[in-house]
Design a protein around this ligand. Structure first.
Ligand SMILES: C[S@@+](CC[C@H](N)C(=O)[O-])C[C@H]1O[C@@H](n2cnc3c(N)ncnc32)[C@H](O)[C@@H]1O
Length: 210
């Protein structure tokens, strides 16, 4: 893990607090994101995140969506904008990132606060005691913590993902996209796993809950 990434998945960051603004056009709409040191890709939107956002499938009908490991909230905010009748949850373990996410909802979707929830907690922990199941979950996973931790999420998916729900995520080819694909078709069936696209060295996956 290099120096710039060392703290982005810690609950509290020790790095000096400096704010940045990332302005970016995604799916033909301009977004402004407040970011800060101590969180993932705070100087510009990560390329993997961009490839996921540009290619992810978002249902327009009222649905429950989760941006898992939201960072400063780009994925979940785009989903909330594009699916105006849906409930969107964004979660992370980095408090500084969650603070920015709340600011970014206020900046980009000031009238939509009632249907967007920002929660602190490890992976699905924030939903342990809640009766909520998602139509779709989206993630740019923290693979620097190891693939095993990411692959373990699939064991919990049947609890949190509705039948026929989808889990869409992005993995860099160099970070083991092919390994993950082979692992998943071995563990599930080929029908459960679709590769939405391969672009700029990133693979976007869609896992369908059977
Ligand atoms: C690769 S970054 C992606 C951030 C954001 N979704 C984006 O695309 O810019 C992964 C995120 O997962 C968060 N994370 C790491 N471990 C986590 C865990 N156990 N539970 C929830 N989030 C976690 C990190 O804090 C980080 O914000």
């Amino acid at each position: 893990m290099d120096q710039k990434d060392e703290h982005y998945f810690n609950e509290f960051s020790n790095s000096e607090l400096k704010f940045y603004t990332v302005s970016v056009s995604l799916r033909k709409h301009l977004y402004l994101f407040k970011t800060a040191t101590g969180m993932f890709s705070y100087k510009k939107l990560d390329l993997g995140t961009r490839v996921l956002i540009e290619n992810m499938i978002i249902a327009k009908n009222a649905s429950y969506f989760l941006d898992l490991g939201c960072g400063y909230g780009a994925i979940g905010i785009v989903i909330a904008y594009e699916s105006p009748e849906s409930m969107v949850y964004l979660t992370d373990i980095n408090r500084r990132a969650l603070w920015c996410t709340k600011q970014n909802i206020q900046i980009n979707l000031p009238l939509e606060k009632d249907r967007i929830q920002v929660l602190y907690g490890k992976y699905f922990e924030p939903f342990n005691s809640k009766d909520v199941q998602f139509d779709a979950i989206y993630m740019n996973p923290p693979l620097r913590l190891g693939r095993k931790q990411f692959l373990r999420l699939f064991e919990e998916l049947p609890i949190y993902l509705k039948k026929d729900g989808s889990f869409q995520f992005v993995i860099r080819r160099k970070m083991g996209a092919e390994y993950v694909y082979n692992y998943l078709i071995e563990a599930f069936t080929k029908q459960n796993i679709e590769i939405i696209c391969k672009r700029s060295g990133y693979w976007v996956f869609n896992y369908l809950q059977g």
